[in-house]
Design a binder for this molecule. Structure first.
Ligand SMILES: Cc1nc(NNC(=O)[C@H](CC2CCCC2)CN(O)CO)c(F)c(N2CCN3CCOC[C@@H]3C2)n1
Ligand code: NI
Length: 186
């Protein structure tokens, strides 16, 4: 199973590389990897298991973070109200952002990263609405519209596939600068 030891940290060159497209139909190895990444997220959100295995909580994980230079990202975003039905949960193979709104959104708390062992304060403005296309673990092409929180998470993960870290988006002069078309998500 994936634990924090498997997650590479900033400074590791693999975090700044562009990940390679995955061959379709996906191999059993890729399917296993995707499932392991999803299991990490589910475990990391479980109070007992996260404690037992010393996992930092995560709602997303990109393959480059476990030193696999492939365009695979797992996202598991629970609905904070009903635990059983997550808002969005899937393993994205070769995800593409097909459409994105001009309107931006940012998490009021800023962002963190399992590959970054420090706080980096500041707003990360991302598209408020996106339409993504990807292949899922059953080789089915999915086209999904996401907004707000799930759009932010998926953009953070797709950034990792392109060697981009969240703090690359933070305004250096004024980390909490918000332009007029950026909304803080509550
Ligand atoms: C927002 C949030 N970020 C958490 N961690 N960081 C991550 O996921 C990084 C990716 C996120 C950072 C900002 C956008 C994407 C991982 N990244 O580096 C992957 O590239 C959380 F853990 C978290 N939640 C809310 C839901 N809660 C359900 C119950 O369990 C605890 C869990 C905590 N929300
Ligand atoms: Ni990250």
């Amino acid at each position: 199973m994936i634990t924090m030891e498997d997650i590479i940290r900033e400074g590791h060159p693999a975090l700044r590389q562009r990940a390679k497209k995955v061959e379709i139909p996906i191999s059993q190895d890729v399917k296993d990897l995707g499932q392991e990444m999803m299991t990490f997220l589910v475990n990391s959100q479980d109070p007992e298991l996260s404690e037992k295995y010393d996992l930092r909580a995560g709602v997303g994980l990109a393959a480059p973070q476990i030193d696999q230079g492939l365009r695979i990202a797992a996202v598991h975003i629970p609905d904070e109200y009903e635990d059983d039905s997550p808002i969005f949960s899937d393993v994205l193979i070769n995800p593409i952002i097909k459409r994105q709104s001009v309107k931006k959104a940012a998490l009021p708390t800023g962002e963190g990263c399992l590959s970054v062992d420090r706080e980096v304060p500041g707003y990360v403005a991302r598209s408020k609405r996106i339409t993504i296309e990807y292949t899922d673990l059953n080789n089915q092409v999915q086209k999904v519209k996401l907004n707000d929180y799930s759009a932010v998470v998926v953009q953070h993960e797709i950034d990792h596939l392109n060697g981009i870290m969240f703090y690359d988006h933070i305004n250096e002069e004024d980390p909490f600068y918000l332009d007029s078309d950026t909304e803080l998500l509550e």
